[in-house]
Design a binder for this molecule. Structure first.
Ligand code: GTP
Ligand code: SPV
Ligand code: MN
Length: 597
């Protein structure tokens, strides 16, 4: 493979990294099945992976108990001026951060193999694609990258001798002394973990963690943090969104992109099986969406990934039958429980829990145990090609034209099931003021409800105030071809703590209302917070719901909303001179509509 590389810049970067990290050997990944199988066999042999008897070509990994999710407190955006990172990112001066990390990288791969992974985010050769090269000492990262991205020689061919690539350096930060035995999941202690981004030179340096977005650098690091900063410069959008195609009974297609924070329902909505007769849904992406204005003047989207790194707990036949089918073969499971007959298990899977299992920490577990068998952020890594609802032309380099944008979050009170923006600017306000309750997808303790603008709080690669402005500017370019904007909350609870909305497949009823709005088939009532379904506007045929629940789900809780405003204003105030007048006008508007002024 090294001889396929004609790119002197890449070769010299690989040589520099090898000199610094001093691995025992270097392996250039070709992305082949043979390579995947060999690495997997080596990890099984080493005790890092367990093959699952019940599922062909599936493997279970258990992470170190301290390395189970993204760590936002150890994630850095390093720009010459702190103002360019903005108040929502952790900032360290680039020279200082590189000094600190260089000291950590010094000899960090000793006793290990250094893998060089050339990968493409987006179809190779697409005008929307970007090439990255990840160097890593984690074979677990390599097999995951095989599933999540397009890896291999074709990428090097596309790169040629002078193409641009985004260097992504990763080490688990656990050098081995001569003769020292490895552990199943090597990683560094928390205070040595750094997930660092240098957007001014399109560079990623990650150290100390082997888990998810900390280690699969094509995902959040490249496709969101670095890509969003490139997108701003180049005039496109890199968003934390699922992409879905919905077809109505008459055959009309709608393309929907939706931004919900981590563990708030993107994968589930992307794989929705509509409960309303005649409607069909197809999956395009479940986490990341790159959008460009194409010559037709519309916003076209691609999913730059090739797999799904999804939350396992809660995935069942009832909630997500599509994923359940997808996960039967060719899947990597991380931090799930292992059953006696060689299958995985997690909380809220179908059927009763097993009498006995090995939990995610490798300990004996029974239904009487006080702890969950699977970690709440246990994940599956599955190839998109295994998804039964994946559209056949999902990797069309042109992307799909977006009709509808959705924002949302997990809120047990106040925020109604659905509302629509009055216009683009109001939609930007809805995205910018989005909020959600904490989930297990991040390790840090965050406040019970946090503002998570556009679900991008942890992923925006520049000053979030400028990001809001970028959204306004995209709207100006799109004009009357702009997608319509909606806000949803599937997570409202009653006073007795139960979900008020059945969710999952039934969410198709809400999507149908959106499509009907786009086509002008249904009206809406104007409220202080936006346009809302009229009585009977949402098709509830065939669904039985407790009396009063729908009224509650679509009620504008004026007192509750008034209570939201100070927190929103506090959140906005941190952007100082980067805050845009157009958002200020939106705040003034909602204050007035809520009778606060
Ligand atoms: P990341 O991969 O972290 O970005 O998460 P995600 O946004 O893709 O979330 P996902 O679809 O994996 O859902 C996270 C959790 O929310 C799971 O436990 C789901 O079962 C649950 N969930 C998803 N959709 C719904 C819904 O409509 N209603 C309810 N009550 N729960 C849901
Ligand atoms: C998320 O947290 O939004 C994820 C998981 O999709 S990770 O890849 O770890 O970021
Ligand atoms: Mn995600």
């Amino acid at each position: 493979m090294a001889d396929v590389c004609r790119h002197e810049g890449l070769k010299s970067w690989v040589a520099e990294v090898a000199a610094m990290c001093r691995p025992d050997r270097t392996h250039w990944c070709d992305g082949s099945k043979g390579e995947y199988d060999l690495l997997m066999a080596q990890m099984v042999e080493a005790g890092a992976a367990v093959p699952l008897e019940k599922r062909p070509n599936c493997f279970l990994f258990r992470s170190d108990p301290t390395d189970v999710a993204r760590v936002e407190a150890r994630t850095y955006l390093s720009t010459a001026s702190p103002e360019d990172a903005g108040p929502t990112n952790n900032w360290i001066d680039p020279a200082e951060l590189k000094r600190t990390m260089t000291a950590l990288y010094d000899g960090c791969m000793s006793g290990r193999t250094m893998y060089v992974i050339p990968f493409s985010m987006g179809p190779i050769g697409s005008p929307l694609a970007k090439i990255g090269v990840q160097i890593t000492d984690s074979p677990y990262a390599v097999v995951n990258m095989h599933i999540m991205t397009r890896v291999g020689s074709k990428v090097l061919e596309e790169l040629g001798s002078g193409g641009e690539f985004i260097p992504c350096l990763h080490s688990v930060g656990a050098p081995l002394a001569p003769g020292e035995a490895d552990v199943p999941w090597p990683c560094a202690p928390m205070e040595e973990k750094y997930i660092s981004h240098f957007p001014e030179e399109n560079l990623i340096w990650s150290y100390g963690s082997g888990y998810g977005g900390n280690a699969l650098l094509g995902k959040k690091c490249l496709s969101l943090r670095i890509a969003s900063s490139i997108a701003r410069r180049e005039g496109w959008m890199a968003e934390h969104m699922l992409i879905l195609r919905l077809t109505n009974p008459e055959g009309r297609q709608y393309h929907i992109a939706g931004a919900f924070p981590s563990a708030c329902g993107k994968t589930n909505l992307a794989m929705i099986r509509p409960t309303i007769p005649g409607w069909k849904a197809e999956t395009i992406g479940d986490d990341i969406c790159w959008m460009k204005v194409r010559p037709d003047g519309r916003l076209h989207a691609i999913n730059p990934e090739t797999g799904f790194f999804g939350v396992a707990p809660g995935t069942s036949h009832a909630s997500n039958p599509v994923a359940t089918e997808m996960l039967m073969e060719d899947t990597i499971f991380t931090n799930c429980a292992l059953t006696g007959d060689g299958d995985v298990w997690w909380e809220d899977m179908d059927g009763p829990p097993p009498d006995h299992a090995i939990d995610w920490k490798g300990k004996d577990w029974t239904p009487d145990s006080a702890v969950p068998a699977a970690h709440p952020n246990a994940r599956f890594t599955a190839p998109a090609s295994r998804c039964p609802t994946e559209i056949h032309d999902w990797d069309d380099p042109e992307g799909v034209p977006i009709d509808i944008l959705i924002f949302g979050g997990r809120r047990s009170s106040v925020i109604p099931l659905v509302y629509e923006s009055f216009d683009w600017d109001h939609g930007v306000f809805m995205g910018a003021s989005a909020s959600s309750e904490a989930t297990a997808a991040i390790l840090d303790k965050v406040s019970p409800v946090r503002r998570d603008p556009f679900a991008m709080q942890p992923f925006c690669g520049y000053n979030m105030g400028d990001y809001f402005q970028h959204w306004f500017e995209m709207g100006d370019r799109l004009g009357d071809k702009a997608p319509r904007i909606f806000y949803v909350n599937w997570f409202r609870k009653g006073e007795d703590g139960r979900w008020l909305w059945p969710g999952f497949g039934e969410n198709s009823r809400v999507l149908k209302w959106m499509c009907d709005r786009v086509d002008g088939k249904v009206g809406a009532r104007e409220t202080a917070i936006g346009l809302m379904p009229e009585e009977g506007g949402i098709d509830l045929s065939g669904l039985s719901m407790p009396v009063g629940d729908m009224e509650e789900l679509l009620r504008v809780d004026v007192e509750g909303w008034r209570g939201e405003i100070p927190d929103t204003e506090r959140h906005f105030s941190q952007f100082g001179s980067h805050f845009t007048d157009r958002l200020r006008a939106q705040v003034a508007g909602i204050r007035k509509r809520l009778g606060l002024d």
